[in-house]
Design a protein around this ligand. Sequence first.
Ligand SMILES: [Cu+2]
Length: 68
Amino acid sequence: METVTFKVSGMTCGGCVNSVRKVVAALSGVGSVDVSLEQAQATVSYDPARATPADLKNAVRDAGFETD
Ligand SMILES: [Cu+2]
């Protein structure tokens, strides 16, 4: 597993945090997902054979948030 941390902007409350966590956790190859509202970022462990950081960010964008 590898770990990546990236910015997530547009989150305003715990509901947003849960939305981001849920869409990323639903991707195949994703292990743990930690989303911080205060730091506006997500830290995700994933299997690089099954998911890429771009996949993770695309899922976040599809949920209506912005990433770096
Ligand atoms: Cu919210």
